[in-house]
Design a protein around this ligand. Sequence first.
Ligand SMILES: *Cc1c(COP(=O)(O)O)cnc(C)c1O
Length: 368
Amino acid sequence: MSGSDGGGDDAWRFGTRAVHAGLTPDPTYGSVIPAIHQTSTFAQRAVGEFVEDYDYARSANPTRSALELALGVLEGGLGSAFSSGMAAIHALITAVCSAGDHVVMPADLYGGTYRLMDKVLTRFGLTYTLVDQTDLDAVAAAVTETTRVVWVETPTNPMLNVVDIPEIVERARGAFVAVDNTFATPVNQRPLELGADAAVHSVTKYLGGHSDTVGGAVVVRDPAVHEQVRFVQNAIGAVPGPFDCFLVHRGLRTLHLRMAAHAAAAEAVVGFLRGAPGVSDVRWPGFSGMVSFRHPDAIGIAGRARLFTLAESLGGVESLIEVPQAMTHQSVEGSAAAVPADLVRLSCGVEAPEDLVEDLRAAIAGAP
Ligand SMILES: *Cc1c(COP(=O)(O)O)cnc(C)c1O
C-alpha cells in the first residue's frame, strides 16, 4: 500500500511533513485517515498478549500515538500528548525535577505557568526565580548549582518579547532548557534544533488551530527523558481523549498554511496600528498572528470590536481580542510578572486582513 510510514522522510520540507506526519492508511480498510479509536481498553488474545503497548487507553491509544508521532516529527524529537497545555507543562517539570531543585523562569510568561510554579510546585519543594530573559547577564546570574530547569517562553505572552534560545542554552550551565513554543510554533522556531532539550505546546492554540479543543504536548530530544515524561503521563493520567487527538492532528495538517495567513493578517493590522490615534508600543515579533499594543481605552476598544471576538485564548482561525491584565493574567497581578493595564492583545485569525483593519479602526475611533 502506498503512503508514508507516518514518521516522514528526512528530506521532506516542513509543509510536506505537516500534511503527512503520523498518518498511514488504515491496514484493514485502506481508509486514508485512520479510524478514531474511541475505546478505553483493548481485547487480549491471551493473558498479557496485546498489540504493541495497547493494553489500556490511559497508557496508550493508537489515535494518540499517531498525534504523538506527528508532534515529534514537526518539532524534531519525541512527542507526548496531554489533556491541556498546563498538563504538559506539569508533566515535563515533574518528570525532570525533584524536591530541592530550582527553576529559572521568564519574568514575562503565561500566567498559568507562573501559578503552577508559585502555588503548586513550590509546595513540593521546588524554588524558582523570575528573570527578564532578554537580559542574558541576568539569566546567567539567576542560574545556580541547584538549577535543574531553565524555562523559556518566546515570544513571551503577552509582551511578545523575543528571547535568543541558543544564548540561553549557553548560559544554562547544563541545566535542562525547556521552551514553551506555543506562540511561535515549529513553523517559525524549532527549539530542539536551537539546542534546547524540550519544546512544550498548548495545542489548544495554533497547533489545533480551530478553537475547538484543549490540549498540550511535550517534545524532547533525549529518549531517557521521553521515557520519564511517558511515565508521568501514565502515572498522573492527564491524557487527551481520542477525538481531541484527532482534531489536533487534523489541525497540524494545515499549520504551515495557517501560520502564513496569520502573519499576513498581523502585518496588515500592525501597519494600521502604528499610525492609529492614541495607540502606542505596538508589538509583533514579525511572525505569527499575535500582536499587542497599548491604548488608554484598552477595555473600551476590546468591548467595541465586533469581528475580533472578545475572548481569552489565541491561535484559532478566527480573530480574538483581550485585555490581559483583566482577563488572562490575573494570576500574575501584583507579582514581578504583572502586565500593564492599558495593554490590548490581539490574536489575528485568517480572515481578510482588510476586514480586521476596518474593525479595529472603528473600535479605536469610538474611544472617548
Ligand atoms: C494557553 C497557554 C498555555 C496553557 O495551555 P492550556 O492548553 O490552556 O492548558 C501555556 N503556555 C502558553 C504560552 C499559552 O498560551
